[in-house]
Design a protein around this ligand. Structure first.
Ligand code: ADP
Length: 297
C-alpha cells in the first residue's frame, strides 16, 4: 500500500447510535456559534517536494495514465456488471487504493465515483482539521470517501447526496470501514436541506463539472455545479461558520479568498495544495477554525 494512502481504518463501532441521533437533532435548528479570529493573508502550504503541475499534466484520477491491459475493472465489485463502470474502473484501476485504501475489502464505486472521489490521503488531511466529536455536514457525499474519513476522525457526519444509488454505495463503503454508526446518510438536495441544518463544520466538494473542468486555464467559482461557489458557500455558512472546500487545482485563488469576506468580520482563511504522490490533486480551502494559525503553516 502506498504510504500516502495509509489512512487508518475507522474506529470501532459505537455501542449505541443514540448519542449521535441525539446530537444531530439537538443541533438541527440550533443557533450556530460563530467564532471569529483575525483574518489572515492568503497563504499556500504545500507538502514536501512541491511541484506545480504543468497545464494538461495528470492531476485528478481522471487524468491518470491508462493501466496495463490486464488491469481491467474490479471483477469482484458488483458494480462491475455495469459496462460503464467497467470501462471507467479499467481506466482508473491503478488508483483504486489511492481512493480507498480498503478497496480490496469490497469498496464500491459508480463511474463518477472513480473520477470524482477525493483521494483518501487528501480526505484524511481534510478531516484532521475537524475536532473529534464535531458534527460535520458532508454536502455532496458521493461514494462516501470524505464522510468516512471524518467519521474515522471521531466526528459525527450527516452525509447529503442527491443520488440515492450513490448513497447506497456510500453506506456500503462506510460499513467496509466500520464507521457506519457515525454517519447519517440523507438522500436530498443540499441546497434545499441547508436552511434546516446546523452543525460544527461543513465539507464542500461540489461537482467540478466532470473531467473536462481541467480544460479551462483558470477555474472560476461560477463553473461549480449545480450552483456557483458563492451560493454554495453561503448555503454552507447558514449551517456552520467552519467550512472546508475542495476545489480544482486551477481555481482562481483570489475568488476563493473572497469567500472569507462574505462573513463579517471575515473568516480566518487558509489555502492548502493537496498532493498525492507529488501530484497536485486540488486546492483545499479552510475557513473559520479549520484554518490554522499562520505560525503552524
Ligand atoms: P465532479 O464534477 O467533481 O466529478 P460529481 O458530478 O461527481 O462531481 O458530483 C459530486 C457529487 O455531488 C455527486 O455524487 C452528485 O450526485 C452530488 N450532487 C450534485 N448535486 C447535488 C445536490 N444539489 N445536493 C447533494 N448532492 C449533489
Amino acid at each position: 500500500m502506498a504510504k500516502a494512502n495509509a489512512a487508518p481504518p475507522g474506529p470501532r463501532r459505537r455501542s449505541r447510535a443514540f448519542p449521535f441521533v441525539h446530537r444531530f437533532f439537538r443541533l438541527v435548528g440550533a443557533t450556530a456559534t460563530k467564532t471569529f479570529r483575525r483574518r489572515r493573508r492568503l497563504t499556500a502550504r504545500s507538502t514536501r517536494n512541491r511541484r506545480v503541475a504543468r497545464p494538461g499534466e495528470p492531476n485528478r484520477p481522471e487524468e491518470a495514465e491508462q493501466p496495463p491491459e490486464q488491469a481491467v475493472g474490479p471483477a469482484r465489485d458488483p458494480d462491475a456488471a455495469d459496462a460503464d463502470t467497467t470501462v471507467v474502473a479499467g481506466k482508473y484501476w491503478a488508483h483504486r487504493h489511492s481512493l480507498f485504501s480498503l478497496y480490496d475489502r469490497g469498496v464500491r464505486m459508480d463511474p463518477e465515483g472513480w473520477y470524482s472521489a477525493t483521494p483518501e490521503s487528501v480526505a484524511a488531511l481534510q478531516a484532521a482539521r475537524a475536532a473529534p466529536g464535531d458534527l460535520v455536514v458532508d454536502a455532496f457525499a458521493g461514494c462516501g470517501g470524505n464522510s468516512i474519513q471524518f467519521a474515522a476522525r471521531g466526528c459525527y457526519v450527516v452525509a447529503v447526496e442527491i443520488d440515492p444509488r450513490k448513497v447506497e454505495l456510500a453506506a456500503h463503503n462506510a460499513r467496509v470501514y466500520g464507521v457506519e454508526d457515525r454517519i447519517e446518510f440523507v438522500v436530498g438536495d443540499f441546497f434545499r436541506l441547508a436552511p434546516s441544518l446546523k452543525a460544527d463544520l461543513v465539507f464542500l466538494s461540489p461537482p467540478w463539472g466532470g473531467p473536462s473542468y481541467i480544460q479551462a486555464p483558470v477555474y472560476t467559482l461560477d463553473m461549480l455545479k449545480p450552483k456557483d461557489g458563492y451560493a454554495t458557500f453561503q448555503a454552507a455558512q447558514k449551517i456552520a461558520p467552519n467550512v472546508i472546500m475542495f476545489l480544482p487545482r486551477t481555481v482562481d485563488m483570489s475568488q476563493v479568498e473572497e469567500l472569507s469576506w462574505l462573513s463579517c468580520p471575515p473568516l480566518d482563511f487558509e489555502i492548502e495544495e493537496s498532493y498525492v504522490h507529488h501530484r497536485l490533486k486540488g486546492i483545499t480551502a479552510y475557513f473559520g477554525r479549520t484554518a490554522r494559525p499562520p505560525s503552524d503553516h
